[in-house]
Design a protein around this ligand. Structure first.
Ligand code: HSE
Length: 367
């Protein structure tokens, strides 16, 4: 029986991963061990039978595992992964963090889209399997049909990214911001819209407004900056769009240009994206629709109608589910062979935990 070690299972991505393992009963018959960076020796979660937590800072203990899954974050990966490999550990490392995504001997995993590349990587002896950036994975789940057909000349993606992408602390802060504004509104039950607007604006600009995590108000506002600055004016989140998309689809030598502006908005855990897609040729809308609809089991084409859009194409409709709806699909007025579309997906599922979970299953099937 193979041993599997899980690190970082208390954070947002780790918790959703464990929830998925429970729902699908994936760990039945698997010798699973839970690690902690701070509470080694204390009782672990029920999925591991409550066995004492192992020490996530001990390369010796980690090296006892055949497969390790880390949702602990990039700093942890940077510290522990080189130690483990230097010690001669040859197990499989599955990771949600970005640190190893661009390493030549890693494979970025999104199996509904790149299963042949994952199989090739396994054959080639690759042992580091890294989940992709959430917006990139969700874009590829939505647009796979067009990419697979070779119809995408370039994509501009403008994102509407949820608080969960920034972490648990940020989700809590967003709720505090909503609450703060709600209290200000509730204090003036008979106010006009303009009076309400004035008092909310006062709260948004007051230094006591909760914003330690985001550095700015998000509720009743937005933040058009995610991650750090890159040369050339992009943020790192925007840079990942092209770099990771082409790595996942195996087009690093002949990359499809992907660029756009990444924006944090006040949704809790679903990222959304507006796409402008330049096609390599004339594609009838019917054909584009069929390609998109049939590409994988999770993409859902939403008719470009108001009712369907309101009911089915929003974070409120999608949160907690695995479907990746794409709608508002239409030909563009800007240029021939150009489409517009809009997609939503749960950032914590397809954008983070689900590819890791499925990679574990792929590995368990093989060994
Ligand atoms: N970088 C993403 C975000 C998180 O900030 O929304 C998931 O990759």
């Amino acid at each position: 029986m193979k041993t599997v070690g899980i690190i970082g299972w208390r954070g947002m991505v780790g918790s959703v991963l464990l929830e998925r393992f429970r729902q699908e009963n994936d760990l039945e018959g698997v010798d699973v061990h839970f690690f902690s960076t701070s509470q080694a020796g204390q009782p672990g979660p029920d999925l591991g039978g409550g066995a004492p937590l192992l020490d996530a800072n001990s390369a010796d203990q980690l090296a006892q595992m055949d497969i390790l899954i880390s949702c602990q974050g990039g700093d942890y990966t940077k510290e522990i992964h080189p130690q483990l490999r230097a010690s001669g550990w040859e197990g499989a490392w599955i990771d949600a963090a970005s640190s190893l995504r661009m390493m030549p001997d890693s494979c970025v995993i999104l199996d509904p889209v790149n299963r042949p590349l994952i199989d090739q990587a396994l054959q080639d002896g690759i042992r580091d399997f890294i989940g992709g950036n959430c917006t990139v994975s969700l874009m590829l789940m939505a647009l796979q049909g067009l990419f697979d057909a070779g119809y995408v000349q370039w994509v501009s993606s403008s994102t509407y990214q949820s608080a969960s992408g920034a972490g648990a602390r940020n989700m809590i802060e967003l709720c505090k911001q909503f609450q703060d504004l709600g209290n200000a509104a509730a204090a003036q039950p008979a106010a006009t819209a303009l009076e309400l607007d004035r008092s909310l604006q006062q709260r948004l600009q007051d230094p006591s407004f909760p914003q330690e995590a985001f550095g700015a108000p998000l509720a009743a506002s937005l933040i058009p900056w995610i991650d750090r600055a890159m040369p050339g004016g992009q943020t790192r989140e925007e840079w990942k769009g092209m770099a990771e998309c082409n790595r996942i689809i195996g087009r690093e030598e002949n990359p499809v240009p992907v660029d756009g502006t990444c924006v944090r908005v006040g949704s809790m855990r679903c990222h959304a994206q507006a796409f402008t897609i330049k096609l390599t040729r004339n594609v009838l809308l019917d054909e584009a629709e069929a390609l998109i609809r049939d590409a994988n089991d999770w993409v859902e084409l939403i008719p470009n109608e108001k009712e369907d859009t309101l009911q089915r194409l929003s974070p409120a409709a999608v949160s907690g589910g695995l479907t990746v709806p794409i709608g508002r699909l239409r030909s563009s007025l800007l240029e021939p062979n150009m489409l517009h579309a809009f997609s939503v997906g749960d950032q914590l599922l397809w954008g983070a935990a689900e590819p890791l979970r499925r990679m574990l299953l792929i590995l368990l099937e093989r060994i």
